[in-house]
Design a protein around this ligand. Structure first.
Ligand code: UDP
Length: 327
């Protein structure tokens, strides 16, 4: 069975990727330092504990498993923290990824799927963001991801590294079978914080800013179901293995929802009150981030059929209510 090295396979998106890779006939090998990941989320293949910056460890893992490709999810991903501690983001995300890319090239593992972000586009209000939109990140998280995209392009030219770059919009939801799901410590994301508030595990959700230039004053995001997102990665892997070359794809639905709309949908799905208060803006937040995702649909045949707000919230809620959630 062909193996795929999944960095960050113990994290939210990486663990879902391992599940769909296994279902697609690959053996996912998780490489994770467990700083933000969870050992018990590694359920679908072998686990190798290690840090991206540890070149010797990476070399051993490539030699042991001989993966046919890398899916690189491991990263620090909190926008707010990246504003107060940018050095941590540049060191971990950029230097760590550079070390991984060099190790992959040295091992001759040249198919590389990279998890990037719409945060690389930055603030471009009123514009539907396509893969050709300019990239002007406004936080260190987005800056670090854009830098890694540049590194991939350079190593393509120098070493023949083949890459698919996915720029995610807002990922939500969970495995419908609730084997894996979203759990960050600390949690900063809207949907899990809201479900915690609904379940009484936290005080009210705070809406970060109600004075944005949007119809209801709150930020607009394009939410994509994590299962749809990782299905796109398997399609991206197939794209590379078919020799189709380097490509960037946005992963979103093209539909934006405000924070208030997400709150309202959550109330309907869970049939509970959503306790919330209105607060000030969070530094680093863009007003509106909505994808032009037609490229992934047209070229990869990607169909984000689970990415409706009610489905994402229902699946996240099922995970939230499962025994696995309480760590
Ligand atoms: N948000 C909020 N309250 C929270 C967390 C998030 O109002 O406690 C808002 C945030 O301002 C953004 C949206 O919800 O407009 C999604 O934020 P999240 O942190 O989930 O993802 P991001 O867009 O930062 O990647």
């Amino acid at each position: 069975m062909d193996k795929v090295l999944v960095t960050g396979g113990a994290g939210y998106i990486g663990s879902h990727a391992c599940k769909v890779l296994k279902a697609a006939g690959f053996e996912p090998v998780t490489y994770d330092n467990l700083v933000t990941g969870w050992r018990d989320a590694v359920r679908f293949g072998p686990f190798e504990e290690g840090d991206l910056a540890d070149r010797a460890r990476l070399d051993r893992v490539f030699a042991t498993h001989r993966p046919v490709a890398v899916m690189h999810f491991a990263a620090l991903s909190q926008v707010g923290e990246s504003m107060t501690d940018p050095g941590r983001y540049w060191r971990n995300n950029v230097l760590g990824s550079l070390t991984l890319i060099e190790a992959a090239c040295a091992a001759g593992c040249l198919d590389f799927v990279f998890s990037s972000t719409c945060a690389t586009y930055g603030e471009q209000d009123g514009v539907v963001l396509t893969e050709d939109s300019a990239q002007h990140p406004i936080n260190a998280y987005g800056g670090s991801k854009r830098a890694i995209e540049d590194i991939l392009r350079d190593f393509s030219a120098s070493h023949g590294l083949r890459h698919v770059i996915f720029r995610y919009f807002n990922v939500a939801g969970a495995d419908p079978e609730a084997e894996v799901g979203e759990f960050h410590q600390p949690e900063t994301h809207l949907v899990p914080l809201m479900l915690d508030a609904i379940a009484g595990k936290r005080p009210a959700l705070t809406i970060y800013g109600t004075d944005y230039d949007t119809p209801d004053g709150t930020c607009i995001r394009d939410y994509v179901h994590v299962m749809d997102l990782v299905e796109a990665h398997v399609l991206g892997l197939g794209w590379l293995r078919a020799g189709k070359g380097n490509r960037v794809f946005n992963l979103g639905t093209g539909h934006g929802f405000s924070v208030r709309q997400v709150i309202s949908a959550s109330g309907h799905v869970t049939n509970r009150e959503v306790p919330f208060v209105e607060g000030p803006r969070r530094p680093g937040d863009c007003t509106r981030l909505v994808s032009g995702s037609s490229r992934a649909m047209a070229e990869l045949g990607w169909q984000p059929h689970r990415s409706t707000l009610p489905q994402m919230i229902a699946d996240a809620w099922r995970w939230h209510q499962s025994g696995h959630y309480d760590r």
